[in-house]
Design a protein around this ligand. Structure first.
Ligand SMILES: *Cc1c(COP(=O)(O)O)cnc(C)c1O
Length: 501
């Protein structure tokens, strides 16, 4: 299977090249030229497998220049019961309330307690193998822009992985105290963490600019290094996410919630559009998904886009209690545009150029109609998010984090507006303990304790739920990283960090 760039169809690469490189030279994203097609019998065959078996089959169909052994080794190393707290790394909690049928797909049982682990526990295995195949002997320098969860998950995945170095940039005031603590205390000799004065989009733009900066690339090449990406622009991040939608469907059949062949909907709390796009790929491979519900917080650029056809990033940026969705430029939307235009790279390049220079683009009626055939968009603000956490807890005894609550709220809006009661997989993307303050404030009126770890303990006592071990252990961990720089200083910071400045 070959991959080409969303902005230039003449750029054709292998799977390992797409993963090693991360992003195409001219700024486009790599997309598969065709998708494996699964019949209901194929899905039935997946039913007999466990999560790892499903992952091997699906990922193997995409990674055609990997050997069977390489894929098995990667999957087996990534999704261990030890790392994910059980045999099924992505279990489902079912909630039925009135005409709402929710399957909360819990993607946060991994080492950093957010769904990014599902991809970032396996990416280092895929990436190091990819670099070996295509650029043997080079050291991969991985730059990450994070709104909180990607950074920690990437650090944990890549720490002390031979042949890799990592630098993570996060917005200094744009992550939760727990997220900051997770990153500042990161272990590993090949990692570095830097706060930047700016928001997530500044960090992401900064990283993208460094990737495409010829002078810096040449400096790296002279030192036998190359850039790669662990952000969801990397195909190696998206691919593992396709697996859990198939696996969730199989589990729902297995657990008697649906019959094989029944349609489902999918609702995803969305930031960079990676997670929801993975479900769209699954549908295009044969998974019976009818509707994709795209849930946003107050940064509702995607809601507006889905409803009006105009993507306008020139708007106020809000810092919310669901920080991993505080994003105005959703990178992976580019891949969706590419697929919805049947691979019109010129058109996509034009839209992305408009976004870059004007900050806004509008799609034509055809494209808008296709978008609305599949996608429904909605959003909720912080007050609604808190209310939803409180209701879920009191009425369903389910403790949801802020991001998951946004999705549950928007799913409710969708059902109320459309009357569509198709069973819906809702991506539950983080442990409530990562956002203890906001969650605690949503379920009690009492005065909150001051410090983060007292809040975590109070949340645990109040709800009689256990603090995830990886978060509990942070309390006494040593802080290693406290450096802050301006967004303009990012290129120099990278060179300094690599000692090639
Ligand atoms: C990253 C993240 C999201 C957004 O996912 P995208 O793939 O960027 O759309 C939602 N919730 C949590 C907890 C996250 O960490």
């Amino acid at each position: 299977m070959k991959y080409n760039s969303t902005r230039d169809k003449s750029k054709v690469v292998s799977a390992s090249q797409a993963i090693a490189q991360g992003i195409s030279e001219e700024g486009g994203l790599f997309v598969p030229q065709e998708l494996p097609q699964y019949t209901m019998d194929d899905i039935k065959a997946l039913l007999a497998e466990d999560y790892r078996g499903r992952a091997k089959k699906i990922m193997g169909d995409f990674l055609s220049d990997f050997t069977k052994e390489e894929i098995e080794e990667s999957v087996d190393a990534a999704y261990t019961a030890e790392k994910f707290g059980g045999e099924n790394p992505a279990p489902i909690s079912y909630i039925e309330s009135g005409n709402k049928k929710m399957s909360l797909l819990e993607l946060w049982h991994g080492p950093t307690c957010a769904f990014k682990d599902m991809a970032l526990q396996i990416l280092p295995h895929l990436l190091t193998k990819s670099v070996r195949k295509t650029y043997s002997g080079k050291e991969a320098v991985i730059l990450v822009a994070t709104s909180g969860d990607t950074g920690k998950a990437a650090l944990e995945g890549f720490k002390d992985v031979e042949g890799t170095r990592m630098m993570v940039f996060y917005p200094v005031n744009g992550v939760s105290p727990m997220q900051k603590r997770q990153m500042a205390t990161q272990k590993g000799n090949n990692v570095n963490v830097v706060a930047i004065e700016g928001n997530f989009d500044d960090a992401q733009t900064g990283v993208k600019n460094i990737f495409t900066n010829t002078a810096i690339k040449e400096k790296l090449a002279a030192n036998n290094m190359l850039f790669s990406s662990a952000n969801s622009i990397n195909w190696g991040r998206l691919l593992p996410q396709i697996v859990y939608y198939f696996s969730a469907y199989c589990d729902m059949v297995d657990e008697g919630k649906i019959a094989l062949g029944d349609p489902i909907n999918v609702c995803v709390p969305t930031g960079n559009f990676g997670n929801i796009l993975a479900s769209f790929y699954a549908m295009n491979m044969g998974l019976p998904v009818s509707k994709f519900i795209c849930a946003s917080n107050a940064n509702n650029v995607l809601t507006d886009f889905i409803r009006t056809g105009t993507y306008d990033k020139k708007r106020t940026f809000y810092t919310t209690i669901s920080p991993s969705m505080d994003i105005l430029v959703s990178s992976n939307l580019e891949r969706l545009l590419y697929h919805l235009t049947d691979g019109d790279a010129e058109k996509v390049a034009g839209l992305m150029k408009a976004l870059n220079t004007e900050g806004v683009y509008t799609v034509d009626e055809d494209l808008k109609a296709k978008l609305n055939q599949y996608f429904w968009g909605g959003y909720c603000d912080d007050a609604e998010t808190r209310k939803t956490i409180g209701e879920l807890y009191r009425e369903e005894n389910y403790l949801a984090d802020t991001h998951t609550a946004v999705a549950v709220n928007v799913y409710g809006q969708y059902v109320d507006e459309t009357g569509d009661t198709t069973p819906t997989v809702i991506a539950s993307t983080a442990s409530p303990y990562k956002f203890a303050k906001a969650v605690l404030a949503s379920i009690t009126d009492e005065t909150l304790p001051e410090d983060e770890f007292s809040m975590v303990d109070t949340l645990s006592e109040r709800t009689k739920t256990a603090v995830p071990a990886p978060l509990a252990s942070l309390k006494d961990a040593q802080e290693r990283f406290s450096f802050t720089c301006a967004a303009e200083e990012m290129p120099q910071t990278v060179l300094n960090g690599l000692h090639i400045g």
